[in-house]
Write a protein that binds this ligand. Structure first.
Ligand SMILES: Nc1nc2c(ncn2[C@@H]2O[C@H](COP(=O)(O)OP(=O)(O)OP(=O)(O)O)[C@@H](O)[C@H]2O)c(=O)[nH]1
Ligand SMILES: C[S@@+](CC[C@H](N)C(=O)[O-])C[C@H]1O[C@@H](n2cnc3c(N)ncnc32)[C@H](O)[C@@H]1O
Ligand code: SF4
Ligand code: SF4
Length: 338
């Protein structure tokens, strides 16, 4: 096995997030604009290309891969991709292995894929759902259908996958639903993770007046629920609390703080083969061109190592920052999948 990737701040990179497509069947108001245009197929890495890059990461100490998007389950032959990555799970030949393979999805196609994901070795999924009211769900996602996502959640449970529901907390949009969501998650045995809105990409809407600090939400929920801080971490940014009444976990993701930058273990590969070493920065290293021009594994490794050496210390997101501001992050969340 090769040497683990360590950045200039001494942080070891053991977690790769890979966005397999920029396409999506929804257009969530905080993520994309209604008139989002998508990339031509030739620009997107083939699954063979993605598998080769993943292998290079795994052979150098990456033990967790999260597949995301866009909506990962709208890409053709996604089951085959999971099956291929799944062969790295718990390998013991000393040439690298994965401890975890997982995905973040909007759930709309989970009913079709849940069994194949479980067979590939996926054990838990993060499913985005911002409301249990079908009209509101449709308004937020612009084209999603609540029943379809609920069907996907049922299929995931039936396939034995552990579920975390991701809910973007939005002032005046779904802030009256957190109790309902918490109770419902308790009923279905899922964890709930609330996420603060992040200013990424132009969505055609102003996000700043929807920003809801989770410190306020937590204090409010604590009046009705027994919330006990947990030390458990998934290697992700969520800080977890145990909900006494349901036994499930409540996660809080406050991406605008720098809480987790100092122990950041992750990099991101976009569907066009750009390696982003920080969610909160524009800079990326192109791996597609060298890959397509016949770069060897050591060549690719050198590029990745150099990129990781330049991994920034943290982000400088500002919620009120206008999209025209030169410091604003222009790319949409769907480019890197969060
Ligand atoms: N600032 C920041 N936010 C992140 C980062 N990774 C994920 N997030 C936020 O967390 C949200 C949820 O991401 P998920 O795809 O569910 O992944 P995760 O929370 O890392 O998942 P786990 O692996 O289960 O901990 C994203 O939409 C982002 O808002 C990160 O590295 N930096
Ligand atoms: C970009 S989506 C990709 C995967 C999949 N389509 C889904 O929705 O789960 C990954 C996560 O990012 C979150 N997200 C998207 N845009 C965001 C934003 N501007 N701020 C905070 N979270 C965001 C979504 O709610 C979702 O949980
Ligand atoms: S959050 Fe996920 S489901 Fe919603 S538009 Fe973005 S990529 Fe699609
Ligand atoms: S903002 Fe950048 S440094 Fe901070 S946790 Fe996210 S990816 Fe890591």
């Amino acid at each position: 096995m090769g040497k683990p990737f360590v950045d200039s701040f001494g942080r070891t990179v053991s977690y790769l997030r890979i966005s397999v497509t920029d396409r999506c069947d929804m257009r969530c108001v905080y993520c994309m604009s209604e008139a989002m245009s998508f990339l031509p197929k030739a620009e997107i890495l083939s699954f063979e290309e993605m598998e080769r890059l993943c292998a290079a990461f795994i052979r150098n100490g990456v033990t967790r891969i999260r597949v995301t998007g866009g909506e990962p389950l709208v890409r053709r032959d996604i089951d085959g991709f999971f099956a291929a990555l799944g062969t790295w799970l718990h390998r013991t030949d000393g040439d690298g292995h994965l401890d975890e393979l997982t995905l973040t999805t909007n759930g709309s196609h989970l009913a079709t894929h849940a069994d194949a994901l479980a067979r590939a070795g996926v054990r838990r999924v993060n499913i985005s759902l911002d409301s249990l009211d079908s009209k509101r769900f449709q308004r937020i996602t612009r084209r999603g259908r609540l029943e379809q996502t609920l069907e996907g959640i049922r299929a995931a449970r039936a396939a034995g996958l552990a579920i975390r529901i991701n809910t973007v907390a939005m002032a005046g949009v779904n802030d009256d639903e957190f109790d309902t969501l918490l109770a419902w998650c308790g009923e279905i045995g899922a964890d709930l993770c609330l996420i603060e809105t992040m200013p990424m990409g132009d969505t055609g809407e102003d996000r700043s007046d929807r920003y809801l600090p989770l410190s306020t939400v937590r204090a409010d929920l604590a009046r009705r629920w027994t919330l006990e801080p947990l030390t458990v971490r998934t290697g992700g940014p969520a800080r977890y609390l145990r909900v006494g009444e349901t036994g499930c976990k409540l996660g809080l993701i406050t991406p605008m703080t720098h809480n987790f930058c100092e122990s950041c273990n992750r990099v991101r590969l976009s569907c066009t083969g750009q390696l982003y070493t920080c969610l909160g920065h524009e800079g990326a290293t192109d791996l597609r061109q060298p890959l397509r021009e016949g770069a060897t594994d050591p060549d690719l490794l050198r590029l990745v190592q150099a990129a990781i050496q330049r991994k920034p210390k943290g982000h400088d997101f500002l919620i009120g920052r206008h999209a025209d501001d030169p410091a604003a992050i222009r790319r949409h969340m769907s480019v890197t999948g969060g």
